[in-house]
Design a protein around this ligand. Sequence first.
Ligand code: C2E
Ligand code: MG
Ligand code: MG
Ligand code: MG
Length: 281
Amino acid sequence: MALPHKAGEWRCFEPELEQRLLTLSHYRQALRTAAEQRELFLVYQPKVELVNERVIGAEALLRWTSPELGRVSPADFIPIAESSGDILRLGDWVIDTAIGQLEQWLEQECVPPNFRVAVNVAALQLMQPGFADSLITRLGRSRLPAGAIEIEVTESGLMQNLDLALAQLRQLAAAGIGIAIDDFGTGYSSLAYLKTMPVSVLKIDRAFVDSMDTDEQDRGLAQAVIHMARILGCDTVAEGVERPEQVALLRAMGCTQIQGYWFSPPLRPEVFIDYCQEQNG
Ligand code: C2E
Ligand code: MG
Ligand code: MG
Ligand code: MG
């Protein structure tokens, strides 16, 4: 509720709203300096190939530990960074850091040569006309083959400007960069559009995986996604796998990869390498 304060001036008298606005600008400010202050880092969650249970890739996930705010979840700060536009700078930092990390792992032979790291890309990044060019240039400057990096985009990210998104995805795919649809099944992408997109991976959303061993409908939907992926020539990654019952079902259904706490949570790079070497023998 806004009430006239002085002539021509409006003040916010809704304490909750005022608090929220304050918090928001506070977060934005803190986030802006986070990168320079080295408060941001990436953790890596293994992606395991189902047929042989080998770690064949990882998803890079952003973490922020602020001296003042403590640990802030990406589910909270990514939307804030998107609304302020700061995600563009953060997103570039994520891409460069993931590239640098993978270069180092490959050089030290900690991971197999065809290992892939996936980075999450926000809608606003994909809506920058130069996004694909910039990613291809960054990869070109690195010592990585193009196939070493994959991007994860959500259906809602694609739908904001489908023509632009499609043009960039085609450019990225032509350069050998893998494209995964994140949280698949929770958005609005139509089957017709999906067919025109150069998608290489569908990530089955945790919502379906969660209850697939207890809920027949969710199990059926997960199966349908796997079937559809096969028709489209895509791999499937099941997200949020926490129980061996889910692993067994997904294997029987022909899902190709698994990501979740059952194998491993997201890990700091040093720990990730230990896990990887143990798991891959
Ligand atoms: P997402 O891309 O769908 O990532 C999967 C989320 O599920 C991660 O949460 C991961 O830690 C969590 N997870 C993985 N396995 C399990 C499991 O077995 N059980 C449960 N309950 N959760 C599991 P996180 O790291 O908190 O990230 C949340 C979201 O924040 C991500 O969802 C992604 O949308 C966004 N995000 C994270 N890092 C970045 C980034 O660098 N850039 C952008 N644009 N978004 C990011
Ligand atoms: Mg993701
Ligand atoms: Mg996801
Ligand atoms: Mg998710």
